[in-house]
Design a protein. Structure first.
Ligand code: UT7
Length: 334
């Protein structure tokens, strides 16, 4: 079977208008700007409006990505939405997006890999294109984390934000596009970052609401140690599979959970700030949306040129992790 090279033809984002600053949080929980900035690097985050759900954010990001790829929705063969905050359990948010976009021929599914969701999503979508099953796929990372955060828990509520990032994948000229994938999971660490209730194990009751079991809980220190380890290992693994040395990395686009985690990767790979996409100061941790939003901003700021080696890497609940290396080209193969 002939395998085609697959790349990203266009990116897009949507960030809700409402900004929640550290000063705002000081009025809500026992915290302060100095602690949040020094421990996390976050200064503000976006919060979806009451009428906005994940599909609404997704559609706006997808429309921008389609425009930037010079494609229309009816050309899309596959839509994958990576999210832990779908509009509802089912139908899948990907189905809602397909309907609103008018992507009538697209196959649709949601993907649950928490903060690694976008990396898993592009890895999955690119297989369909590489093998010739489909030509164009839309991969969206979206979260309305403000809806699942306990706004009385200072350990978590200061960290997260809402947003969406999208990418259109398609065939690119040979030798460009995705060069390698390094995905992993460790379900034994699932307890470290989770929402306990609302599924088949612990359905919603008045008691689960009372006990706040529908809110996100996290063992911050343990997840921190895990994050540092797997981000470095996954990046190393993806570079090795692509046959590249760390010095050949032109831009790293890491999951935006904590500036200290990103700095540890910079140290490990000898990267200066111009070689890393960082935006967590503006948006906080948007889980699966963090990587595609940071990637889109880097593209818009002309930080990525044709032929550059771009590494996307993420880690999060599951536990999950992943990294992929791209040799950048947005030019579609004929
Ligand atoms: O995207 C998914 C993956 N998630 C992550 O990667 C998150 C990884 N974890 C982290 O980024 C960090 O662990 C946190 C930012 C969540 C916490 O930072 P930390 O340096 O690990 O702090 P800590 O949890 O060890 O807490 C240190 C102290 C504690 O006080 P005591 O017990 O030492 O008196 C906390 O109660 O800081 C206190 N604290 C706060 N103080 C002010 C915790 N949250 C806050 C807060 N404001 N918001």
């Amino acid at each position: 079977m002939k395998v085609r090279s697959v790349g990203i033809l266009g990116t897009g984002v949507y960030l809700p208008e409402k900004v929640l600053t550290n000063a705002d949080l000081e009025k809500m929980v026992d915290t302060n700007d100095e602690w949040i900035v020094s421990r996390t690097g976050i200064r503000e985050r976006r919060i979806a409006a009451d009428h906005e759900a994940s599909s609404d954010l997704s559609i706006k990001a997808a429309e921008m990505a389609l425009k930037n790829a010079n494609l229309t929705a009816d050309q899309i063969d596959l839509i994958i939405v990576a999210t832990v905050t779908p509009d509802m359990s089912f139908p899948a948010t990907a189905c809602l997006v397909q309907d609103q976009l008018g992507a009538s021929k697209a196959a649709t599914f949601d993907l649950s890999a928490a903060c690694t969701g976008f990396i898993y999503g592009v890895s999955a979508a690119s297989q369909f294109i590489a093998t010739g099953v489909y030509r164009y796929a839309l991969v969206i990372g979206v979260e309305c984390l403000s809806r699942i955060v306990d706004w009385e828990d200072r350990n978590t509520c200061i960290l997260f934000g809402d947003g969406a990032g999208a990418a259109v994948l398609g065939p690119v000229e040979e030798g460009y596009g995705f060069l390698s994938y390094e995905l992993g999971g460790d379900g034994s660490g699932g307890e470290l970052l989770k929402i306990e209730a609302g599924g088949s194990r612990c359905p919603a009751t008045a008691a689960t609401v009372e006990e706040k079991l529908h809110s996100l809980s996290m063992s911050g220190r343990e997840v921190f140690k895990f994050a540092v380890r797997v981000m470095n290992n996954a990046t190393e693994g993806a570079l090795a599979k692509a046959g590249l040395e760390k010095e050949e990395m032109d831009l790293m686009v890491p999951h935006q959970a904590n500036i200290r985690i990103i700095e540890s990767a910079m140290k490990r790979f000898g990267l200066t700030k111009d070689k890393v996409a960082i935006n967590l100061d503006k948006y906080g941790n948007m889980s699966s949306a963090s990587v595609p939003v940071a990637l889109h901003e880097a593209v818009q700021e002309n930080r990525i040129q044709k032929g550059d080696h771009v590494v996307l890497c993420g880690f999060g609940g599951g536990l999950t992790w992943g990294a992929t290396v791209l040799k950048w080209s947005q030019e579609e193969a004929k």
